[in-house]
Design a protein around this ligand. Structure first.
Ligand code: UDX
Length: 480
């Protein structure tokens, strides 16, 4: 009797429609395709249009006939800025519009029928508490992928404990008061290192309710994927496992994908997952700069910086005398009178030894030998990319997981400096010089050691590769 051909698994991947989450979920999608899976990637219409406009997505996934995109509305008008200062609009629209649409698509079976293969497993962003309820309704296992930093995932899971112990809401306004209710972070976590919404003085605000809803759902899913590696967050991962025992720490994903693609005889063209047009001039400009002479400056895809703060950074960078490659997104400026233009005096930065771009090929920039430091907002993807590149960081966190991340970079991993809650041209000049000169040797030594650990974890025998293989086999076992 011929054996029934085993159907390859079909995974439905559903990221939060933001640059960071989409970026790392596309990488795990490609790794699943290389493992022979069917993959349906559910983007929002808006994100999909921008990806098609600014990246070579179709050529990248052309080698995989079992890969397909599907789209769903994010519930916002096309001209909505979808920037960090309007984040709650995004979450409100996802709840009101995308949630019922997603449930309807699952119940209709459209993902399975269009692929011709039943959906084996759903991988949803940890921010989608509704996804688990919908998955249970149709009897499909769901694995959450929380794309923020694991150290912040653990802080989020401890929010109920912080409230119960009275550490939240804050009593008084001393932000340097130590926090004692987050196991594993005693001794270095302060109030100012908690997510910025903890400063609101009210735990009934919507964003805290979203976090508490996530806290309830994460432990109920089949498993939890995190883009990190044991060597940098072992103790924190053990704490998370106490609530989410089936944990897959499989990062840094960008490094695993690079290694895996190099094993292919014909690798598809490298392609960014950018939602903006990359300024190719950055790399040409970097080629003309001396070794490790440039500080790369980028505050991610959501941060919106006040014009007054931008001017402090401008004068701090120029006065430091260091060369700088500075990304200022077209929706990244908050002017006093609603003006979102880059201040005129910035020009293009050339005569001050800098280069200003609207969007850069960040992973290539960080890997460029001319780059010696990264002034970052501490978004998790940027932090991991800097770790992999062995580039020390100067952290100026904006919101969400970034406050925790910057504290870990400076106090736990010692691969950078934390400029949290400061924005003054004199401080910026000093800290840029500390990063690029005064403390450079110690920071580069730590950063290069961590880069080695990161690469080892996703190579043969590494912890992250073992976890990724276990994830792939677990999903395969769901499809038999
Ligand atoms: C958001 C949150 O802000 C962040 O804290 C969370 O960890 C993930 O979701 P974002 O602000 O976009 O992410 O920051 P980050 O996680 O660093 O992701 C930015 C991505 O955009 C990175 O992968 C980076 O390589 C890319 N990028 C950024 C570019 O490709 N070019 C640029 O010019 C700037």
């Amino acid at each position: 009797m011929a054996e029934k051909p085993t159907l390859q698994p079909h995974v439905l991947i559903f990221p939060l429609p933001l640059q960071g989450p989409v970026n790392c979920m596309l990488k795990v999608a490609e790794l699943f395709c290389l493992a022979g899976f069917h993959v349906t990637f559910l983007n929002t219409d808006h994100v999909h249009r921008r990806l098609l406009r600014h990246s070579h997505l179709h050529s990248r996934f052309a080698p995989f006939p079992t890969f397909r995109f599907k789209t769903v509305s994010d519930g916002l008008p096309e001209d909505h800025p979808r920037s960090g200062d309007r984040l709650m609009d995004i979450f409100d629209a996802l709840e009101a519009v995308t949630k019922p649409l997603f449930r309807g698509m699952l119940i209709s079976g459209v993902f399975s029928s269009e692929a011709g293969v039943p959906v084996t497993c759903i991988i949803a962003d940890g921010a989608f508490d509704f996804a688990l309820d919908a998955a249970k309704e149709v009897g499909i296992p769901l694995i959450y992928f929380d794309t923020i930093s694991p150290c912040c995932v653990w802080v989020h899971l401890c929010i109920p404990k912080l409230i119960e112990s009275g550490e939240l809401p804050f009593k008084g306004n001393d932000l340097d008061t130590p926090i004692t209710s987050v196991p594993g972070m005693e001794g270095f976590l302060r109030r100012r290192d908690l997510p910025i919404y903890c400063r609101a003085g009210d735990v009934s605000i919507p964003v805290v309710q979203i976090i508490l809803a996530e806290d309830r759902q994460l432990p109920k899913a089949h498993g939890l994927i995190l883009n990190t590696f044991e060597e940098i967050e072992g103790p924190i991962l053990s704490h998370i496992r106490s609530l989410c025992p089936n944990l897959y720490s499989i990062g840094p994903l960008q490094e695993r994908l690079k290694i895996r693609l190099a094993e292919e005889t014909t690798s598809p063209p490298a392609s960014s997952n950018g939602l903006w047009e990359e300024d190719g001039g950055c790399m040409t400009w970097l080629d003309a700069q001396p070794l490790r002479s440039v500080i790369y400056v980028s505050f991610g895809s959501l941060a919106v910086t006040r014009t007054a703060d931008l001017k402090e950074f401008w004068h701090g960078l120029v006065n430091s005398g260091k060369r700088f490659l500075w990304v200022i997104r077209d929706n990244g400026v908050a002017g006093e009178d609603g003006d979102r233009q880059i201040p005129a005096e910035f020009s293009d930065g050339r005569k001050e030894g800098g280069y200003i771009a609207r969007w850069a090929p960040q992973e290539e920039v960080l890997a460029h030998p001319a780059v010696g430091g990264f002034l970052t907002h501490s978004g998790w993807n940027s932090t991991l990319e800097s770790i992999v590149a062995g580039v020390p960081m100067l952290c100026w966190p904006y919101f969400f997981d970034q406050q925790v991340n910057s504290r870990f970079v400076s106090e736990v991993w010692k691969i950078g400096l934390d400029m949290k809650d400061l924005c003054d041209r004199v401080v910026i000049e000093k800290m840029v010089n500390d990063l690029m000169d005064v403390r450079r040797d110690e920071l580069v030594c730590s950063a290069e050691n961590m880069a080695m650990l990161a690469k080892r974890s996703v190579s043969e025998g590494g912890s992250s590769l073992c976890n990724l293989n276990r994830l792939i086999e677990d999903i395969r076992s769901m499809s038999v």
